[in-house]
Design a protein around this ligand. Structure first.
Ligand SMILES: [Zn+2]
Length: 102
C-alpha cells in the first residue's frame, strides 16, 4: 500500500492529518474509537514513510481526498470543496465532512 492510500483510508476512519514544521501529525477525531485492527497497520505505513506522507499531504484535500489546488482561508482545499464551502458559507467543512463519512 502506498503511504498516500493509507492517509486516505485513515482520513475516512476519522483521523485528521496535518504537517507542522515539516513533521506529520495526526489525531483521531471520531466518531467513537478507531478499530485498532484497521488503524494500526495503516499508521505503521504512515510512520515508516513520513517524508512521503508529508509530501502527499501538501497536495491532498483533507475534506474529500482530492488534489488540492490552493489554500483558502488557511485551509487546504481542492477547488470543488472551496466552491461548495462558499455556497454553504460554512467555515470548517473538513471536520464535519469527515465525521459524516466515517
Ligand atoms: Zn476536496
Amino acid at each position: 500500500m502506498r503511504p498516500g492510500e493509507a492517509v486516505i483510508e485513515l482520513s475516512r476512519m476519522g483521523f485528521k492529518f496535518e504537517v507542522a514544521d515539516g513533521k506529520v501529525r495526526y489525531r483521531y477525531e471520531g466518531p467513537g474509537e478507531p478499530d485498532p485492527g484497521q488503524a494500526v497497520p495503516l499508521l505503521e505505513v504512515v510512520k515508516a514513510h513520513r517524508d512521503e506522507v508529508a509530501f502527499f499531504l501538501k497536495c491532498h484535500c483533507p475534506r474529500c481526498g482530492g488534489v488540492v489546488f490552493g489554500t483558502f482561508e488557511g485551509k487546504s482545499r481542492c477547488l470543488a470543496c472551496y466552491w461548495e464551502s462558499e455556497k454553504t458559507g460554512k467555515q470548517d467543512l473538513g471536520r464535519t465532512e469527515l465525521r459524516k463519512t466515517a
